[in-house]
Design a protein around this ligand. Structure first.
Ligand code: FNR
Length: 184
């Protein structure tokens, strides 16, 4: 059976480099992994008043994540942290207390940035959040990609050989990591 990966991209931008990076990873992955992009642009701002009667769209987010075997976070860095839209989605999927969608799902965090630090700070913040949510996170290899023209096209084809090789190395380790935690 296929291993289902829920992909959460931290950018809503139409031409998001991070979405292209997510597609590149998907292309390099073996067929036994299936990737589902989880929508986060349709969610309300989290409010703890939801907890008594969770909005359907929030329940749907949780159901999609719960149905997955593994997680892949692909996020930009906004002001040295993760974008608010991604934190909002994580907050929603983590609640009500005791019914988090994330616990024990193996995951990885990667990102691409126009800045030279390649989302390193945002990833560290995200790792902190996901550690609290009991997500077994792959430590290595870290993927901090610096955007350049022609690096990844709209279909996720990687235009630079060394980057393609590097991403393939990440994917191979990710598959191992997921299999170690998933008994599908
Ligand atoms: C940015 N950007 C950015 N880049 C970075 O490397 N470190 C940072 O702290 C920030 N901060 C930041 C804040 C805000 C509000 C915006 C809009 C942008 C630039 C960022 O890397 C660039 O916009 C990427 O293109 C965002 O990723 P997507 O949308 O292409 O996936």
């Amino acid at each position: 059976t296929a291993i289902k990966v829920a992909v959460l991209v931290g950018s809503l931008r139409r031409d998001s480099f991070n979405r292209k990076l997510a597609k590149a990873v998907e292309k390099l992955a073996p067929e036994e992994l299936s990737f589902e992009h989880i929508r986060i642009d349709n969610l309300p701002l989290y409010n703890q008043d939801f907890d008594g009667d969770y909005p359907p769209v929030c329940q749907q987010l949780k159901a999609q994540i719960k149905a997955a075997n593994a997680l892949l976070f692909v996020t930009p860095e906004y002001n040295r942290s993760i974008p608010g839209v991604l934190k909002n989605a994580i907050d929603i999927a983590s609640r009500p207390y005791g019914s988090s969608a994330f616990a024990n799902k193996p995951g990885a965090v990667i990102g691409i940035s126009v800045g030279g630090t390649g989302t390193a700070m945002a990833q560290q913040h995200l790792r902190n959040i996901l550690a609290y949510l009991d997500v077994p996170l792959m430590g290595q290899p870290e993927v901090f990609v610096k955007f350049s023209d022609g690096l990844i096209d709209d279909e996720g084809n990687v235009g630079v050989d060394s980057t393609k090789k590097f991403l393939q190395g990440f994917v191979d380790r990710y598959v191992e990591w997921v299999k170690r935690h998933v008994h599908a």
